[in-house]
Design a protein around this ligand. Structure first.
Ligand code: TXA
Ligand code: MG
Length: 319
């Protein structure tokens, strides 16, 4: 069973031995291994039960280190990196051969991010290799936002989880790629709002809704899903059958009528989208564990982080 603690030295040693370790980030917990070591990378895929066609994000702690495994940083990418790293933003950049094919599922670009978490930044600084890390959940399930979530689901397969407390953002990073002409394209909505990014690089093209998009194969529609069926309600007042006693609900600001209060969770009573994002995955897990047959989730305003939250709920609703 995985040990849980904040022993950086223990985590470092295990990673140097080619082991995989749970690590905290500001978005979600990651399942990390040496990105330069194909055996360690293979372990990540095995533990997660993740198909090999779904590439991983590589984490490091400085732009200088990024240059060791990335061929070229287009101008808008450099601008975004300088402005938002460390932070919840992943950039797709042309890879150098030192990144194993398995990491990128054979693609010519590698997904890169400098995460904003003091413990993980210290760990990355102490290592002479970057860390490949997908979210530390079994493939297709809700991403973990606490160390305990990781232990609960993957604890019997990994030696250590570095506990950095609950994730401050709670949504996976926003993923941005670039066309040949360096136009930025959003491949996954996430923890950094589009409005924030557009303020720096201008209008973005969003391509995160296609389920057959070969560039972001991880964006399968049935993703981030609880085990229970989830129904996305377009408005707060969408009728819920009061006869249905086996319903749980995820509300935005106030409880949904007709559903008993012990079967619902409210994401943010003040209507704060940042708070809602932070609570989203933990609340979905809680609802999944209740004695209910179905989960109703209320759609949030389509702005700021609300867009990424709605994206996750939509995907969770697909069976
Ligand atoms: O916030 C996050 O991004 C977290 C933390 C741990 O950093 N990581 C995370 O990783 O969410 P994961 O593996 O669950 O999601 C990575 C996504 C996948 O959808 C994958 O398809 C996409 O990134 N991806 C990775 N490399 C890619 C590439 N070269 N081109 C297009 N998509 C890529
Ligand atoms: Mg994931």
């Amino acid at each position: 069973m995985a040990q849980l603690g904040n022993d950086l030295q223990a985590a470092k040693q295990l990673l140097e031995q080619g082991e995989v370790v749970g690590i905290p980030t500001e978005t979600v917990y990651g399942l990390a291994g040496n990105a330069f070591n194909p055996d360690a990378v293979l372990k990540i895929f095995t533990v997660k039960n993740r198909p090999a066609f779904d590439p991983l994000i590589v984490h490091t702690d400085s732009l200088t280190k990024v240059s060791q495994f990335v061929d070229e940083i287009p101008e808008p990418a450099r601008k975004l990196a300088e402005k938002f790293w460390p932070g919840p933003l992943t950039l797709l950049l042309p890879k150098k051969p030192v990144i194993p094919e398995l990491v990128t599922s054979g693609l010519s670009t590698v997904a890169v991010r400098i995460p904003n978490h003091p413990l993980t930044l210290a760990l990355l600084r102490s290592l002479d290799f970057p860390l490949a890390a997908p979210s530390a959940n079994p493939f297709g399930y809700i991403s973990p936002t606490t160390a305990q979530h990781v232990v609960n689901q993957l604890g019997d397969q990994i030696p250590y989880v570095l506990d950095g407390g609950p994730c401050q953002i709670g949504l996976e990073s926003t993923i941005i790629g670039f066309t040949d002409k360096h136009h930025p394209i959003v491949y996954r909505l996430g923890g950094m709002a589009l409005e924030t990014i557009e303020a720096v690089v201008g209008p973005l093209t969003v391509r995160s809704h296609s389920t057959s998009n070969p560039k972001a194969p991880g964006m399968l529609s049935s993703h981030y899903a609880p085990r229970k069926p989830l129904v996305l309600m377009p408005t707060h007042y969408a009728a819920v059958d009061p006869e249905m006693s086996d319903v749980g609900a995820l509300a935005f600001q106030r409880p949904i009528e007709n559903i008993p209060s012990d079967r619902q969770l409210v994401l943010s009573p003040t209507g704060d989208l940042t708070e809602a994002a932070r609570n989203l995955f933990a609340y979905l897990r809680q609802l999944d564990q209740l004695d209910v047959d179905i989960i109703y989730a209320e759609k949030l305003p389509d702005e700021g982080l609300g867009r990424a939250i709605n994206d996750r709920l939509r995907r969770a609703a697909v069976r």
